[in-house]
Design a protein around this ligand. Structure first.
Ligand code: SF4
Length: 205
């Protein structure tokens, strides 16, 4: 059933499926467009700009579109996770909220990568509402001087937050998640670059 909402269209770059380098298990990765935070050394700088590229989609339609295009059945989707990355998903928090609600009801678990800290998220009711639909989030700005060698984060200052309401993810597994990259059939790369090689554009789909 289609949801009713007043959120703007969600500006995404695209999605890939399957991926195994953006969180535990087989997952869908959605990359949104636009980031106002602009961390020095960001590997996704090509997605900062919202004046072009990607596509605009009703956030309540995106999950159904992914299922239709990947051929995943509802039963199969329940065994697959989804990660929302990009550039910065929380910059489109009203639309993200709609997407996350549907994603949480469809997929095994939901992870979001955001550059906002939990303190900043807590000060914004719309961003904070998004957290209710997440199993886990990686939060905080990327610090290129403190690169992480493992874990679901790019730098060690970032914090992985698990929503205790949901039980399908293990915080120890998230903290130790290996850093690997994938090149997808369309030639694009996603994942976390190994420490010795950050010369790669990530989550570009
Ligand atoms: S690391 Fe994330 S928050 Fe920072 S500039 Fe890149 S996309 Fe934005």
């Amino acid at each position: 059933m289609k949801m009713r909402h007043n959120a703007p269209l969600l500006h995404i770059e695209g999605y890939v499926y399957p991926t195994v380098v953006n969180g535990p298990g087989r997952r869908v990765l959605v990359a949104v467009r636009g980031c106002s935070l602009k961390c020095p050394g960001c590997v996704n700088e090509d997605l900062w700009d919202r004046t072009g590229g990607g596509r605009y989609i009703d956030p309540s339609d995106l999950v159904d579109l992914i299922l239709a295009e990947t051929g995943l059945s509802i039963e199969e989707a329940a065994e697959v996770g989804i990660t929302i990355s990009g550039a910065e998903p929380m910059d489109q928090a009203a639309s993200l909220f709609i997407l996350l609600a549907k994603a949480q009801m469809t997929f095994k678990n939901v992870i979001v990568f955001t550059g906002y800290t939990l303190e900043e998220i807590s000060e914004d009711p719309t961003k904070l509402a998004c957290m209710e639909w997440l199993d886990a989030a990686a939060t905080g700005r990327y610090d290129q001087g403190w690169k992480a060698a493992k874990g679901l984060k790019g730098s060690n200052n970032q914090e992985i937050i698990k929503n205790e309401y949901y039980q399908s993810l293990d915080i120890v597994e998230l903290e130790n998640f290996p850093h690997l990259t994938e090149i997808h059939p369309n030639g694009l790369t996603t994942g976390f670059p190994p420490e010795e090689n950050d010369d790669v554009s990530l989550h570009s789909v």
